[in-house]
Design a protein around this ligand. Structure first.
Ligand code: TSJ
Length: 651
């Protein structure tokens, strides 16, 4: 008897009358349609994509059980989605208690608890996907086909209700088994009904990394040219770490991999340091990401801190007089995946995303401590490299603390000492104020002349700003451009960050409209993202959009912000010899008046707000590290795709 069926039976009131049961089923699914958010989180794009994951997770469970090796997900031309697996096929026999086929139980009976509800019930990440009935309830129509015992069974639902009873519609080869589900999201429930290929791609790639040897194919058949991507990783999370470090320089060749089981907690850990200074540690429970961590992450951190300190002391890499390495020191430049599988995960915290099971902490701690100790003994060269990097981190941390204490003391004594290069605005109400961060002194000069003094402040920065992904904290704090920004904004950084102290409602990054300018913008965004992420999250950060072209004709002037726009203006005014077209290579080529008119005047300019939602956050981390890595290609790609993180706002 399957877990699915068990669960269903436990939650099914049996009173012997099919009719009464039927009513209860419909009431259950009606509850899902009334409050979809309780079951899939939201009815926005995020909830829409969740439908796919709910279905795919069932096939992944079949893979974890050892019966399925391939899953295919297709976005069909009509925007419905088909998921096919080669598992055993959902059981079709009559479920005794419910009196209906087991597959119908799966699709019509609401299983224990909503995944996103509060309260005492299980929240997300049950080892078994239980969301098929939720997807059914939220679909215009849904069809399931099951290949089993040389037969193809089919059943169809509309808005959760059976409209075609389960029947055999075809025969198939005896060794062809599996499940196919196609569903059309209900457009009266979802605000967004168009699936995004990249969103599905990222999640399915992640699922493939987390499920060794499972092949997942994603197809998009909506366009003229069908698109197809295959994810299949023999190395599982080991390959995940290699992928995350793909644009970095690894500190050593091996990806360390530990695996074990204790107290029914299955633990898998893969890790490798790179030569950067940032930590990229991602944790998962039952293949679901836990951005807020929890006991499994704590177990991992405890284990590596203890193990590396023991090793460093025993091998005299750390002198008796020296302090212990902190967890932060050891995790500098560390990329790691922690994946646990657990029968009954308990989630805690405000958003119920933090793992609470204490046995997970013990299990991860034990598996990592034991196997890492053994690895370090066997691989002294790698051990020494990691310890040396951690000791450098420890020293830098000390130096940074001293530097920071110094700046803190200064501001305490002298009040806020604003940077000399800042041309501040006169209005003291932050709500009315904005600051332009301008690339280059000459453009800074024009901007100072052009601005509206009352509400617009100008901070010119010289050349490229420091890449915070490639520098240690002590160097970052010593950098003049960075110090100028921190003091101008007024909020402080990291733990000291206080948005109430923000001196400007809008922080506007204004750079040349070329590749260098884009690079400077991204360096700036990286700095903000790493040091003051709430500024981005709360929508205070903008990019200015300077024009690319100026067109003069018969004493009239037009500005074009893209090649397309130039073309459409030319079509309108006629293409002839009277056209004078100037291509702006930089902000510096515009005089103050032009700069005001095209880029700074709140009445006429176009700003792009830099946005970041939770979903993006984990992805953006990967994107930023990609961008800031050593290899040029991924970086160029990012700049071209940069628009994705930026919403156009007409102000
Ligand atoms: F449920 C569902 F609709 F979401 C869904 C389930 C969707 C898709 C695409 C696949 C599946 C699914 C379910 N694939 N494989 C299974 N396996 C079972 O349901 C199954 C089969 C046999 C036994 C057994 O004990 O013999 C147990 C189970 C759970």
């Amino acid at each position: 008897m399957s877990e699915e069926q068990n669960l269903a039976e436990e939650n099914f009131e049996v009173d012997g009358e099919y009719g009464a049961d039927q009513i209860q089923i419909l009431e259950g699914l009606e509850a899902v349609r009334k409050r979809p958010g309780m079951y899939i989180g939201s009815t926005s794009a995020r909830g829409l994509h969740h439908l796919v994951y709910e279905i795919v997770d069932n096939s992944v469970d079949e893979a974890l059980a050892g019966y399925c090796s391939a899953i295919e997900v297709t976005i069909n031309p009509d925007n419905s989605v088909t998921v096919v697996d080669n598992g055993r096929g959902i059981p079709v026999g009559i479920n005794k208690k419910a009196g209906i086929p087991a597959v119908e139980v799966v699709f019509t009976i609401l299983h224990a608890g909503g995944k996103f509800g509060g309260g005492g019930y299980k929240v997300s990440g049950g080892l078994h996907g239980v969301g098929a009935s939720v997807v059914n309830a939220l679909s215009n129509w849904l069809e399931v086909r099951i290949r089993q015992d040389s037969k193809v069974y089919m059943q169809r639902y509309e808005r959760g209700k059976v409209v075609k009873k389960l029947e055999v519609i075809d025969s198939c080869s005896p060794d062809d088994t599996g499940t196919t589900v196609t569903f059309m999201p209900d457009d009266t429930i979802f605000e967004e009904t168009v699936f995004d290929f990249d969103t599905l791609k990222t999640r399915l790639r992640e699922t493939a990394f987390l499920t060794k040897n499972l092949k997942i194919v994603l197809k998009d058949e909506r366009g003229e040219e069908p698109v197809e991507r295959t994810f299949h990783y023999e190395g599982g999370i080991k390959e995940f770490v290699t992928y995350l470090n793909r644009s970095k320089t690894a500190l050593y060749e091996d990806v360390l991999y530990f695996e074990g089981k204790q107290n029914n907690v299955l633990v898998e850990v893969a890790m490798q340091h790179n030569d950067s200074f940032n930590e990229s540690v991602f944790s998962f429970v039952n293949n679901i990401t836990t951005p807020e961590g929890g006991t499994h992450l704590t177990g991992f951190r405890n284990a590596i801190t203890k193990t590396f300190n023991d090793y460093a002391r025993t091998n005299k890499l750390l002198k008796d007089s020296e302090a212990n390495l902190t967890g932060d020191d050891i995790r500098e430049g560390l990329t790691a995946i922690i994946s646990v599988k657990i029968e009954e995960p308990q989630f805690e915290g405000q958003t119920k995303q933090k793992l609470g099971n204490s046995e997970a902490r013990a299990a991860v701690d034990m598996v990592v401590s034991e196997q890492l100790t053994y690895y370090l003994e066997q691989n002294p060269t790698v051990a020494k490299l990691i310890c040396e990097k951690s000791i450098l981190a420890q020293r830098a941390r000390e130096a940074a603390r001293k530097a920071r204490d110094l700046t803190r003391r200064k501001t305490a004594l002298e009040g806020l000492a604003l940077p000399g290069k800042l041309a501040d605005c006169s209005d003291k109400d932050p709500k009315n104020c904005e600051i332009f961060i301008v690339e280059g002194d000459s453009a800074g000069g024009s901007a100072k002349t052009a601005r509206s003094r009352a509400t617009q402040a100008i901070l010119p920065l010289r050349g490229k700003i420091l890449n915070v992904e490639k520098a240690r904290l002590d160097k970052i704090y010593a950098n003049a451009e960075i110090k100028a920004m921190i003091t101008a904004f007024g909020t402080g950084i990291h733990d000291d960050f206080d948005i109430e102290k923000l001196r400007y409602d809008k922080i506007i990054i204004m750079t040349d409209a070329d590749v260098d300018g884009a690079h400077i913008s991204t360096l700036m965004l990286t700095f903000l993202y790493r040091f003051m992420p709430d500024l981005i999250k709360e929508g205070h950060v903008y990019l200015a959009n300077p024009p690319l072209y100026k067109l003069e004709k018969n004493k009239k002037v037009w500005y074009a912000y893209s090649d397309e726009e130039l073309n459409s203006i030319l079509t309108e005014v006629g293409r002839d010899q009277n056209n004078k077209i100037q291509r702006y290579k930089g902000l510096g080529e515009m005089d103050a008046e032009q700069l005001w008119e095209t880029t700074m005047d709140p009445e006429t300019r176009v700003l792009s707000r830099v946005s970041m939602n939770e979903e993006m956050e984990s992805q953006i981390d990967l994107t930023f590290t990609t961008l800031m890595g050593d290899k040029v290609e991924p970086r160029r790609e990012f700049i071209e795709e940069n628009a994705k993180f930026v919403k156009n706002l007409d102000i």
